[in-house]
Design a protein around this ligand. Structure first.
Ligand SMILES: Cc1cc2nc3c(=O)[nH]c(=O)nc-3n(C[C@H](O)[C@H](O)[C@H](O)COP(=O)(O)OP(=O)(O)OC[C@H]3O[C@@H](n4cnc5c(N)ncnc54)[C@H](O)[C@@H]3O)c2cc1C
Ligand code: FES
Length: 282
């Protein structure tokens, strides 16, 4: 599905809070009426980081949740842009462009599994809220992270009713000791009708590998929100191309920002994606 950019707009909001969740995770809440009214699950916004020309490019962030005229973003200070976002204070302006990207296909029945790796938690609160509005209650979140402090808190995946969240940590400090894909193996016995995944591309490739190795029928809705280095965010710089399988399963290139970031997992060229260099953003 290609992004509908007709609702994308520049909007300067007001920062309400930057909350430290632990383990370096931050939740930024800002008053952004246009974005809050128009963001769909899985869409993102390009956030201006700071007021100077460094960094020059906006940075993409999933809209984690919306409430009335506010939006939440979940992130970690990993570089120049996110360090500037982390330093924002209540009352500061936040310059945004969005909503961008296509978003998840929100099913309206059946059982759903959301697989989150690290900061891949970000799009799920908005998605879970939308699923519930459509009457889907059978939702299982599999939440994996390196260590306990880096797990997005279960109660933030949906308010007020917390969904069922199973946790996994690489170091065994909370929940299942091992990768989140091991929880997925167990969850497949309930034959989910939709699986949504978000996390580092390598983790998404492992999710697909787990599904294929299990021999189970792939669910009709099987989608992942992918990452790529982004310049513009709306299809002009061609900086975010990702390998996907086109007709006859031949690799073609699609843009993460407008053909994604959500893509059917069956269509991604996972070997090609693994071979790509990491993001290097100006
Ligand atoms: C559609 C989309 C949605 C995203 N949503 C979120 C989110 O909700 N929360 C969140 O924390 N992060 C999210 N990201 C990643 C986020 O945009 C990057 O972490 C951010 O741009 C880093 O900016 P920086 O200036 O702090 O770091 P930089 O100094 O630019 O880079 C720091 C490190 O992050 C890596 N990096 C930079 N950009 C990306 C990228 N686009 N993808 C993967 N690695 C990157 C660099 O290779 C480097 O190792 C998303 C990315 C995309 C494409
Ligand atoms: S970020 Fe510019 S084309 Fe995708």
């Amino acid at each position: 599905m290609t992004a509908d950019l007709s609702r994308a707009a520049l909007e300067t909001g007001e920062v309400l809070v930057v909350e430290r969740l632990g383990g370096g995770l931050l939740e930024l809440v800002a008053r952004l009426p246009h974005l809050a009214a128009n963001a769909m699950p899985g869409t993102f916004a390009q956030l201006r980081c700071g007021t100077s020309t460094t960094p020059l490019l906006r940075r993409p962030f999933s809209v984690a949740w919306t409430h009335d005229d506010t939006c939440g973003f979940v992130f970690e200070a990993v570089g120049a842009g996110t360090r500037l976002l982390a330093a924002l204070q209540p009352g500061d302006p936040l310059d945004t462009l969005g909503p961008l990207g296509n978003g998840f296909s929100v099913v309206d029945s059946g059982s759903v599994v959301c697989v989150s790796g690290g900061l891949g938690c970000a799009p799920f609160p908005l998605l879970i809220n939308a699923l519930r509005r459509r009457g889907v209650e059978d939702i299982l979140v599999l939440n994996g992270a390196r260590t306990a402090t880096r797990l997005y808190p279960a109660e933030r995946f949906a308010r007020p009713a917390v969904p069922v969240v199973a946790e996994a940590t690489d170091d065994g400090t909370r929940g299942h000791h091992g990768p989140v894909t091991e929880l997925l193996q167990q969850a497949l016995s309930s034959r989910p009708t939709a699986i949504y995944a978000c996390g580092p591309n390598a983790m998404l490739g492992a999710v697909m590998g787990t599904l294929l190795e299990s021999g189970a029928d792939l669910p009709p809705t099987l989608e992942a929100s992918l990452e790529a280095p982004m310049g513009c965010g709306f299809g002009t710089c061609l900086g975010c191309a990702l390998p996907v399988l086109g007709e006859d399963r031949v690799t073609v290139w699609k843009l993460c920002c407008t053909d994604g970031p959500v893509m059917p997992m069956r269509d991604v060229d996972w070997d090609g994606l693994r071979a790509l260099p990491g993001a290097d953003v100006a």
